[in-house]
Design a protein around this ligand. Structure first.
Ligand code: ADP
Length: 191
């Protein structure tokens, strides 16, 4: 299985990606997490990414693309992978097409988790208190929502046209949402 997870900030992509990847025994690759790990370790990549992330902007694609290309090339991703938070721009879609083509495989599913805007802000502000992410302030959250709406939302119709799109309602308990996702993915696998 080769899947991508999309959805606005706070939709629960990361949480759900981990659950689903575990069930399919494939790595969950989160670009946001890789960036945060690099910021935490003070690597050159982290230093470059930080200024964009702190503002709620996307990190430039040439940085992100290379990072994903390297990660997908690792042995554990040979059997499949779940990308959480990539692609987010049209340019990244084309890069990913190219990366997957080079492996002789294809993308199976683009899953988008939907949620209500106000609920999203509330969730992220709540998370700010427990995890302390630098980009979970109200101002930066609003910016991340804008950037998502401008740059990433248009990709939903692109994947719908390719017949790869599954939309899942992200409102409700974590387990409830996981069950919805698994049911939707099983339906695809059987068709
Ligand atoms: P969220 O989706 O909730 O904003 P993530 O952890 O997925 O959180 O991403 C955090 C930040 O990392 C983004 O705001 C952006 O700056 C950067 N980032 C993650 N994925 C990408 C990507 N595919 N392209 C560019 N920047 C990215």
């Amino acid at each position: 299985m080769r899947l991508i997870f999309m959805g606005p900030p706070g939709a629960g992509k990361g949480t759900q990606a981990k659950q689903v990847a575990t069930r399919y025994d494939i790595p969950a690759i989160s670009t946001g997490e890789i960036f945060r790990a690099n910021v935490g370790a003070g690597t050159p990549l982290g230093l470059k990414a930080k200024e964009y992330m702190d503002r709620g902007d996307y990190v430039p694609s040439e940085i992100t693309n290379q990072m994903v290309r390297d990660r997908i090339g690792e042995p554990d991703a040979e059997k499949g992978f779940l990308l959480d938070g990539y692609p987010r721009t049209l340019d990244q879609v084309h890069e990913l097409d190219d990366m997957i083509k080079a492996t002789g495989h294809q993308l199976d599913v683009a899953l988008v988790i939907t949620a209500d805007r106000d609920e999203l802000v509330a969730r992220l502000l709540q998370r700010a208190q427990t995890e302390g992410r630098a980009d979970d302030t109200e101002e930066v959250i609003r910016r991340r929502q804008e950037v998502y709406a401008e740059q990433t939302e248009p990709l939903i119709s692109l994947y719908r046209e390719r017949d790869l799109l599954i939309e899942v309602d992200g409102m409700g308990d974590i387990d409830e949402v996981t069950d919805r996702i698994m049911a939707a993915l099983e339906a695809v696998n059987q068709s």
